[in-house]
Design a protein around this ligand. Structure first.
Ligand code: CUA
Length: 153
């Protein structure tokens, strides 16, 4: 009798587990949470906020600045940006063509930019210096030339 209860309990757990995995894989498309918003990759240049790449001060949000990037083979727009020390910044990035990486060396920002999706990451730059953004997804012949700089002052 007791064994039967345990058997039912075990099978129930298995079903719940498989359902959770199934839902996250198919319904959510198994994307990292930083990469859920969609965008028409053909219209990046005319879609907000990507019509104005760069650093923008924002009011009434949990972060102080929004730092907007448009990646395309083989560069990032903007190529260089200055960020005030201690600023809480939401990085918002997308790509116009193929998959690119977005790794800010020396920080925990490491995103994948996929065509049709917007990647976001909020962080505080509390150490002065120059940060190199590199592409860590192979994107073609100019992959190794693809970089941008963040200067925290
Ligand atoms: Cu862009 Cu590699």
């Amino acid at each position: 009798k007791l064994e039967k209860i345990w058997l039912i309990f075990g099978i129930s757990c298995l079903i719940i587990f498989l359902t959770t995995v199934g839902v996250s894989a198919f319904y959510l498309g198994n994307k990292p949470p930083s990469c859920l918003t969609t965008i028409d990759s053909e219209k990046v240049d005319t879609t907000k906020p990507f019509d104005k790449p760069g650093l923008h001060k924002v009011e009434g949000k949990e972060w102080d600045y929004e730092l907007v990037y448009v990646a395309s083979a083989f560069s990032y727009n903007p190529a260089k940006v200055e960020v005030p020390l201690g600023a809480k910044v939401k990085v918002i990035a997308t790509t116009k063509d193929v998959i690119h990486g977005f790794e800010v060396a020396g920080t925990n920002i490491n995103m994948m930019l996929e065509p049709g999706y917007i990647s976001e990451y909020t962080t505080t730059f509390d150490k002065a210096g120059e940060y190199l953004i590199v592409c860590n997804e192979y994107c073609g012949s100019g992959h190794h030339l693809m970089f941008s700089k963040i200067e925290v002052v």
